[in-house]
Design a binder for this molecule. Sequence first.
Ligand code: 2P0
Length: 330
Amino acid sequence: MAAIAQAQPNIALVKYWGKRDATLNLPATGSLSITLDAPWTRTRVEFDASLRHDELRLNGAEDPAALARVSACLDLLRQRAGTARRARIDTRNHFPTAAGLASSASGFAALVVAADAALGLGLDRRTLSMLARRGSGSAARSLFGGFVGLDAGERDDGTDAIAQPLLDAAAWPLAVVIAVTSHRRKRVGSGVGMERSRRTSPFYPAWTHSAATDLAAARRAVQARDFAALAELSEHSCLKMHAVMQSSRPPLLYWNGATVDCMQRIRALREDAGEPVFFTVDAGPQVKAVCTPEAAPRVAAALAALPGVEQVLSSRLGEGARLLDDGETP
Ligand code: 2P0
């Protein structure tokens, strides 16, 4: 009763920020993302009748802080399998954890794929995506590769809050250059931050009301492979989300000085040098530059040259979460 799965993070171009139901973890806004091909999370799940509790190791060390969320997500799969068996979970992140690189997205996507196989459930991708969403909203999107849409839905049971693949990675091969400006764990996690924004930001109603229009326009830009339109929409959605974050009380200011310098540099590369590149920033200080593969080395060099940029990672678009062979250990 063991299996290993791999998933990669995804980067939202139209952002998810806010929940319409915290228990089922239903998003208040739809989102659109690209799944990366690196960095990756690999997770081995083994159900074992001799265990009294779930055991979680993250990068080789026990992680009691994350255990409750992981156990709650596994409970959903255990219910379907009609078992109470506890699991040993060994997960490895090949990138900085909890620094705004969406490790929870790849983490929960890999977890549900491995647990599904270990329990012999054989659930379909949509169901796995829904189960991953219960663990972490953005994880629903990492079940699929390339360009992915996640609707907010309207139904109370969340059956219409489903992620769908929009376009394969190979159909529009883009690259993502990630400028890491801090390796520190963020002080306020996404779930807590979203709830704070919902309760206190005067911009929150405008944010949720405008999300469906942004999502529809971004879907059209993806279908048309219209880079300029996607660039404009993505930067707009990103800055609008950060306006909501920054106008929350107390404020959520995820940026540092280097974050702003990277955004300015990326704008200059596009507007002055004509490079096909745009930025997006999540609930952390890292900056993701989305560009053509041809422009990626120049974008990476420009960002690496900025003071305060500690590391630059490059990725192409990749596939959704998948099972690995036994030989490919985590
Ligand atoms: C996103 N973020 O769309 C947005 C943009 C962060 C900023 O999804 O509470 O870890 O687990 O559902 O998925 C990060 O939030 O939040 C996120 P939960 P999650 O990528």
